[in-house]
Design a protein around this ligand. Sequence first.
Ligand SMILES: *[C@@H]1O[C@H](CO)[C@@H](O)[C@H](O)[C@H]1NC(C)=O
Ligand SMILES: *[C@@H]1O[C@H](CO)[C@@H](O)[C@H](O)[C@H]1NC(C)=O
Length: 468
Amino acid sequence: MVIYDCCIMNLLFFCVWIFHNTESLKVVGPDAPLVAVAGEVLVLPCSIQPNTSAVDMTVEWYRLDAADRFVHLYENHRDINELQHQFYRGRTALFREELQKGNTSLRLSDVRVSDEGAYKCFIKDKSWYDEITVKVTVEVLGTEPVIIMKGFDNSGGISLVCESKGWKPEPEVLWLNREGVSLTAEDTETHRDTEGFRVRSRITVYNSDRIHCRLLQRHHLREAEIIITSEVFHFWESAIITIPVLVVIVFGLTAAVIYHKKVDVTLDPDTAYPNLILIDGGKQVRREDTEQNLPDNPGRFSVCGCVLGKEGFSSGRFYYEVQVSGKTKWTLGVARESINRKGEIKLTPQNGFWTVWLRNGNEYYAGAGPRVPLQKLQKLQKLGVFVDYEGGLVSFYDVEARSHIYSFTGQTFTEKLYPYFNPCNNDEGKNSAPLIITPEFTGITKKGTFCQTKRDFNDALVNFPALV
Ligand SMILES: *[C@@H]1O[C@H](CO)[C@@H](O)[C@H](O)[C@H]1NC(C)=O
Ligand SMILES: *[C@@H]1O[C@H](CO)[C@@H](O)[C@H](O)[C@H]1NC(C)=O
């Protein structure tokens, strides 16, 4: 409706003013269609050439292929949010400081599959108008791949199958050995269903090795790995030589083993409160007393001194560790995507936060709404955060003491969950140490004690329900 009305108006403008239009301004956009990745930020380029300020003009962004979809409207020096389609609410912004250069590019955050399509960038002035179309396609990253050990084949090789689903477009599958040399898959099947492409690839391995299954898209990859020790092959040989019945047992054992889920948390600078300084490529954060001059994009915390991880999770289990030593206060945990980033925050699961925190150097709490004091806690050096999305579980661990601290159980997650960090204020230098996401993890076992290797950790994940 709205667009139709506007088009009529544009026509009138056009008719009345066409004779006065002596300039040769035009609107330009990208030469090729844009490729976006679901969940990420996309900039749709659009600008006036030659350079002319668009500050006093009207800028309309709308969907060409979905009649009523007003994406973003700027008019009379402000964004007119009332006309914006609900679907885009809070996800769009123009670059205000760029408008005077005639740059009317649109920033679209949290890209969704249904954002795929054609967008019109329409700019008008009293005496002139022009427009361009920007085409967008959206790629979706599938699930973490899982490697399943199917058992031995007749020649003593171990048959591995790698599976993953939810990709768009179809990913390329690569098997690599320890040295990174690619191995030839025996067969790779791809099916398309409502969730996207599902991939299943098979390979046989004859030696002990570390095998990676990598799924590649133009801009992203996901990878799983499996370590096959020589014992596995020895077991096979002795089983063959002695009693064939044992082979059945070997199948039973190996089928239960291993998948690897690597979570490499990096902080997202676009969400960081302006006083926060991200260090080491987003692996550390500390807070300064002075504010940096940063754009107030929709994802940025403007009141709470917090920052989120770049990657959100909407399925599976993930675990990461944060070093908190040398600090007197902090808050850590996970938050759902739709949390309020522009106001005061109350840390409760109802509000979308599953967190624990330290205040005054020795007071620990869990934000269960009301807060729960965590009394027995000694000085915590490293915090482990574990989330089982489908299981509705968020657990916290004291990594050094190898003990469980607190769990939120029986939760229902319907949105993406993001790692949540608040290093808190400097406290006159007493709290200036950064929060550090540690690259290595120690891992947890089903007994609530800790594993030494990633492999043990993987085994523990398989049996996870017994963990807490
Ligand atoms: C347009 O603006 C850009 C960036 O401010 C500048 O580099 C360029 O020289 C300008 N071009 C013209 C034709 O004014
Ligand atoms: C417009 O501004 C955005 C954000 O600063 C920038 O990424 C883009 O390159 C600019 N486009 C032009 C044509 O200057």
